[in-house]
Ligand binder design. Structure first.
Ligand code: HEC
Length: 116
């Protein structure tokens, strides 16, 4: 039985969309666009536009400066964990329920582009 024309078009659209959304982001490669989008949505209010901890909301203990050596001396795995699980007894909440591990890696990759 021949496959109707519209199903073929539909299938091709889906295949192309899937291909387009993954091309350029092979395993291990980070999506900085997504990282930036998520950062601006969830992190900027506290961490500020360039991660200096100068967002519009202030806390005690203070918001970490993401360009400081105190933060950057920690291995990425440790920082991912901080974002994923949050930091106990601080305003830094867990983002586990909001962002997948992949998305969290993208946000961290974006943070690491801030000028030091
Ligand atoms: C409500 C304010 C707030 C928001 C929103 C927030 N943070 Fe934080 N963040 C903090 C505070 C406060 C600290 C300092 C915690 C500490 O003293 O250990 C911190 C620390 C950090 C650190 C350093 C952790 C470490 O191990 O030293 C990273 C990385 C970080 N935040 C990333 C993020 C990312 C990514 C987001 C968005 C998904 C985000 N934060 C959203 C308040 C916030």
């Amino acid at each position: 039985m021949p496959i109707p024309y519209y199903s073929t078009v539909c299938l091709l659209t889906v295949v192309c969309w899937l291909a387009a959304s993954t091309i350029g982001f092979a395993a291990g490669e980070r999506n900085l666009e997504r990282g930036k989008r998520l950062y601006e949505k969830y992190c900027l209010a506290c961490h500020g536009p360039l991660g200096r901890g100068d967002g519009t909301v202030q806390f005690d203990p203070p918001v970490a400066d993401l360009t400081s050596s105190e933060v950057l001396s920690k291995p990425n795995s440790r920082l991912l964990e901080s974002i994923h699980k949050g930091r106990p007894n601080t305003a830094m909440d867990t983002w586990k329920g909001v962002m997948s591990e992949e998305a969290t890696r993208d946000v961290l990759a974006y943070i690491l582009t801030f000028p030091r």
